[in-house]
Structure formats: C-alpha cells, structure tokens
Ligand binder design. Structure first.
Ligand SMILES: NC(=O)c1ccc[n+]([C@@H]2O[C@H](COP(=O)([O-])OP(=O)(O)OC[C@H]3O[C@@H](n4cnc5c(N)ncnc54)[C@H](OP(=O)(O)O)[C@@H]3O)[C@@H](O)[C@H]2O)c1
Length: 263
C-alpha cells in the first residue's frame, strides 16, 4: 500500500486526502491545529501529525498544500527528513520549480500541481510539471490527482496560463451560469429553478464534449436549426462580443498573473 504524506491538510489537502483515501492509499496528514484532524485520525489507514518531519517519514510521495507564505518554513522543516527517493509535490500557486530546487536541491524529485476548487467534488482539472529528477515519477503523481479529477502534464512555463484557464476559469464559468440564471428569471422562472436549469445545462454541455470528444461547434450545429431561435440568440450574443469578451478577459487575467509573478 502506498503512503502519501499531505503537509497542510486544509481545504485543498483534505480534498486530495478524500480522493486518495477512497482509492486505498495510506495517508499521513499534518497541520499545526491537530484537533481539526480529529475525525480523520479515527479513519483506518490515516495517521495525523503536527510535526511535519515525522509526517514525511516512510511516505512515497509528499504533497505540500500550505499557503505560499508558509512554504519555505515547511520545506526547511522537512528537508533533513527527506530521502532522495521521495517525491515532493507542491500545490503553492506562483512558487516555481526553480525556487523549490533552490530550497531542496535539484536531486530531489519535485513536481508542481495546480488543481482547481472543483477538486472538492473530484472534478478538478489539475496541471502538473516536474523538474528533471521528477520526470520518472510523473505517472505516479498523475495517478494520485486522477483520483480527484482529470490531470494533464504541461511545461512549467505554461503553468501561469493553466492557472488562468483552469483555476480562475472556475469563476469565469460560474459567472456565465449566473448570467444564464438571470436570463431564466427574466423569462419567468423562480431564481432557484432557473439556477438548477442553468447549472445542469452547463454540466450537460461539458459532458457532451467530454463523452464524445467532439469540437463545441459540432455540438452547436446539432442545436441550431436554420432560421431558428438558437442561432438567433447565439448571433446576438456574438454581436455583443461574447467570445471576444471571454478571450479578452482570459488574456487580461494572464497579463495580470505575469505582472504579479515579477513583483
Ligand atoms: N483550494 C484550492 O482549490 C487550491 C487550488 C490551487 C492551488 N491551491 C494552493 O494550495 C495551497 C493550499 O490552499 P488551501 O485553500 O487548501 O489553503 P488552506 O485551507 O489555508 O490550507 C492550508 C493548511 O496549511 C496548514 N498549515 C499552515 N502552516 C503549516 C505548517 N507550518 N505545517 C503544517 N501545516 C500548516 C494550515 O493549517 P494549520 O493552521 O492548522 O497549520 C491550513 O489548514 C495554497 O498554496 C494554494 O495556493 C489551492
């Protein structure tokens, strides 16, 4: 049975823990406020720790899910306890592999993982990148994040773009669902009903693409009858700049994240 340490068992750490626990992994969970992990301590195959160095002992893979401002202190704490064959995965946003290497050395297998908040419902789009020593371990780490959604390996230089598309992306899609709900209310539905209808329709659209592998336009063609109401609505949305606004929003967000990285 593989042992996975999760240092920083907060929102993200426990979402990962839930998926891994259901898939039979042995877990070492750590955080400073140990009473918050009391229910986890009762579960089989779970050990909880307040000392990070003890938590990493015997772990095959160490996932670090603390806030970026705590990362350096945590890495200093576990550095001596780590062995060269242990894989360290950081989820800290904006914290590059070069900085991780400068703290743990380039011999340590290191990966960055960028999930999104849908990880709490096992529907994350998680991107991974690895340093040279981490390359042989990519499949093992991918297996972990596949327990809580879909996983893609990307070049580290694309990590900022992936953060915009997938992590910020959650907010962008939620805003579209809200807009659809507002339209539903204007057409006469109660807001709760309109929200349910808009949400399930968005889910259905995504499922259609995921299941069929089709391009969105192929599925749009199936809904748009010539001279019909769907194409009329779509064209008005496009005249108002829907696709363009979305693309401009994404690129503005990308410029911002790159600016923030330089600071
Ligand atoms: N939430 C997401 O969906 C998401 C998505 C992408 C990336 N991320 C990244 O993932 C990281 C965690 O995010 P989060 O939302 O899960 O934050 P969070 O809920 O604040 O969790 C962080 C946890 O770290 C613990 N912690 C702090 N210092 C520690 C230390 N010295 N040793 C051990 N544990 C320590 C905290 O618990 P104590 O105070 O009890 O120690 C806290 O529960 C961040 O770097 C974030 O950028 C999160």
């Amino acid at each position: 049975m593989k042992t996975i340490a999760i240092i920083g068992a907060g929102n993200l750490g426990l979402s990962i823990a839930e998926g891994l626990h259901q898939n039979g992994y042995q877990l070492h969970l750590s955080r400073r406020k140990l009473p918050a992990l009391a229910a986890w301590a009762e579960r089989p195959n779970v050990n909880v720790f307040s000392a990070n160095a003890s938590a990493v002992t015997d772990a095959h893979i160490v996932i670090i899910a603390v806030q970026p401002r705590h990362l350096q202190a945590v890495l200093s704490e576990i550095k001596e306890a780590l062995t060269a064959d242990q894989v360290v995965v950081s989820t800290a946003a904006g914290y590059g592999l070069d900085r991780l290497e400068s703290l743990l050395g380039n011999q340590q297998p290191l990966l960055r993982a960028m999930p999104n908040t849908a990880i709490s419902v096992k529907a994350s789009m998680t991107t991974l990148s690895a340093n040279a020593s981490g390359q042989p371990h990519i499949e093992a780490v991918k297996e972990l994040f596949d327990c809580v959604g879909q996983t893609l390996l990307i070049d580290e230089e694309q990590m900022q773009a992936a953060t915009v598309l997938c992590a910020s992306g959650i907010a962008f899609w939620l805003r579209l669902i809200r807009a659809s709900t507002q339209g539903g209310v204007e057409m006469g539905f109660e807001s709760e009903t309109a929200l349910k209808m808009a949400t399930q329709t968005a889910f259905g659209a995504a499922q259609l693409l995921l299941s069929s592998g089709h391009h969105p336009e192929a599925e749009i063609d199936r809904v748009t009858t010539p001279k019909g109401c769907t194409i009329t609505g779509l064209n008005v949305m496009e005249h108002q700049g829907m696709s363009s606004a979305f693309i401009q929003g994404l690129t503005a967000s990308f410029e911002k994240i790159n600016e923030l990285k330089k600071q």
